[in-house]
Design a protein around this ligand. Sequence first.
Ligand SMILES: [Zn+2]
Length: 205
Amino acid sequence: MVNESAQGAADVMCPGCGGTTVRTVEQTSGERTAGGKADWRTDGKPERGSLADRLAVSPGATDSFDSVMHFLEGMVLTALGVGLAYTGVQQDKPLYMIGGVLLAVLLFVGTIVVIRGEARERADVPRGESRAERLWRAGYYCSGCESVFCPDGSQWQGTLTPEQFKMLMWTEAGYADRLAHDDKAKDATVPAEALPRTGGPHRHV
Ligand SMILES: [Zn+2]
């Protein structure tokens, strides 16, 4: 059971509904180890649509081991195309040969594109994460009205929906394009009046 008023949150009040049933955004993700296991998949990523996922600090990246596996799978399929082409040469069937070569080239190029994309994720996510984390650590979540706010207003003003918060955070970190996979957050817009005029987050699009 998570003590919702733990860690000095007892005197923090939601500017949206005045509720005090608030916890830090960090605590919502910490539920992984505090009885909220249902929100987490076995690979350590939050379940889609769960609160931890809606407030996730970053999209995460495919780890190197998975990339190696994807590469091997791609190469096995490429080899099948090569095999088909070889059969075509052996049996004098040009259609097999051409089809096999096309298939092999397509699968090879496709595999390289996927692997490069995954490598880019691994580079992008840590680069932006410290910027996202500044907002993530400043955020409080109110279960009363399901909104995210920054108690001292230093990072943003008023309340945001989890989706607006995620948009703000991921934009700040430079990986807002990854929200394309997030049906709820991809269309979120952060109200201009929520952003401080100086010092705070700026858009890096
Ligand atoms: Zn509230």
